[in-house]
Design a protein around this ligand. Structure first.
Ligand SMILES: Cc1cc2nc3c(=O)[nH]c(=O)nc-3n(C[C@H](O)[C@H](O)[C@H](O)COP(=O)(O)OP(=O)(O)OC[C@H]3O[C@@H](n4cnc5c(N)ncnc54)[C@H](O)[C@@H]3O)c2cc1C
Length: 365
């Protein structure tokens, strides 16, 4: 064994820090649910936190639709409780971002971005999908405080408010349509003249426009969000140009004077500009993905609903499910992935893991 001085982790002879029966990517609700089930099945899960420990729920203040909490619960509290629950059964969580998984060998070689290598008999990918953001001022301070990326989750907090929805595809249309249940008026802001959405959604939105529930602001982009975490969103600075893409025109001396910049009062802002699944570390493996990078599970593959095309690698939560993207559904898939992984480990690996000697790596507990 050698001591890795930089990370403090001990290495076995092959440069492998540690072998585990099961490695889970992600401490969001899918990864933690998988960890609870896997630990209770004696599969000794090691769960890597990734760049966003606790996942997307740590970005929100109130979770009102997760069953079992009649008064609601804060996202971070729910995650902290789940982590404690997983640890009670012996699951281990660790800081670390998985850079790659090598599926050419068994056990799998799992390499972190800091160069540490672990091996695992099975891997659950529960690495979520990150909502795309605009990167404008005000965004970081107001995320979860009037700015949201999930209408189903947070729409009900803004009854009677004027709500801005930003985007031009199906998701934006669907979110705008849904938010009319709560909003005084929904303002759908799109940076171009034409929408990318399907006709079905354009027609639904047009019905709401005719009813006075949605107002469309074309060729318009948000430049800055204003408000405070205490009082939420107050107003948004917008830019408009008749030919679209006003933000880039604002930076172009030829067009800058033609861009109209103005403040617009709003009680909440919803981004609906898509999600990016966190699947880069699985590129180059046999795991199948759709065009956007979402993992493809089950459909035609053996080994349970969460099995990927690579036996022993399973997918759970928003990294698979681009449609529902809810805490309860992600948690449900985490449970399924742990059960599927247990079936795989029992039948393909046996009760005892082909473990190398576990290293005395420090956990982050
Ligand atoms: C603002 C907001 C509010 C929301 N409110 C609600 C709500 O009220 N109710 C509800 O049901 N849902 C809500 N949601 C949706 C819910 O948060 C998600 O559906 C859920 O978190 C998905 O869980 P997940 O575990 O699949 O992924 P995530 O929560 O995205 O977690 C992914 C995890 O994987 C890790 N990871 C990523 N890449 C790697 C890697 N390479 N190596 C290791 N780890 C990695 C990340 O660090 C993270 O820990 C909300 C979402 C947002 C953004």
């Amino acid at each position: 064994m050698t001591e890795d001085t930089e990370t403090g982790a001990a290495e076995t002879d092959g440069g492998v820090v540690e072998h585990r029966r099961l490695i889970v990517a992600g401490t969001g609700i899918a990864g933690l649910t998988a960890a609870i089930y896997a630990a209770r099945s004696n599969n000794d899960p090691l769960v890597f936190e990734g760049d966003e420990p606790g996942g997307q729920l740590t970005l929100t203040t109130e979770v009102d639709n997760y069953p079992g909490f009649p008064e609601g619960i804060s996202g971070p509290e729910l995650i902290t409780d789940m982590k404690s629950q997983a640890k009670r059964f012996g699951a281990e969580t660790k800081n670390g971002v998985i850079a790659s998984v090598d599926d050419a060998t068994r056990p799998f070689r799992v390499e972190l971005t800091n160069g540490d290598v672990y091996t695992a008999d099975a891997v659950i990918a529960a690495s979520g999908a990150s909502a795309r953001t605009l990167g404008i001022p005000g965004e970081d301070e107001l995320m979860g405080y009037g700015l949201s990326t999930c209408a189903t989750c947070d729409g009900a907090f803004f009854r009677g408010e004027d709500i801005v929805v930003i985007g031009g595809g199906d998701a934006a249309m669907e979110e705008a349509n849904f938010l009319t249940k709560f909003a005084d008026t929904v303002y759908l802001i799109h940076r171009r003249e034409e929408f990318r959405a399907e006709d079905y959604w354009i027609d639904r939105v047009q019905e709401k426009v005719d009813a006075g529930e949605i107002e469309i602001m074309r060729n318009t982009e948000a430049l800055e969000l204003h408000g405070t975490p205490e009082d939420g969103v107050d107003h948004v600075t917008l830019a408009r140009h008749p030919d679209g893409h006003p933000k880039e025109k604002l930076d172009d001396p030829e067009f800058a004077d033609e861009v109209e910049v103005f403040d617009f009062d709003a009680g909440a802002v919803f981004y609906a500009i898509g999600h990016t699944p966190n699947t880069e570390y699985l590129q180059g493996t046999g795991v199948e993905m759709d065009d956007e990078g979402y993992l493809q599970t089950a459909g035609g593959f053996d080994g349970g609903q969460t099995a990927t095309a690579v036996p022993g690698i399973f997918g759970a939560g928003d990294v698979v499910d681009y449609h529902y993207q809810q805490a309860i559904t992600a948690g449900g898939m985490g449970c399924k992935a742990a059960i599927d992984a247990d079936d795989y480990l029992e039948s393909e690996v046996g009760a005892e893991s082909q473990a190398s000697e576990p290293a005395a790596a420090e956990s982050d507990d």
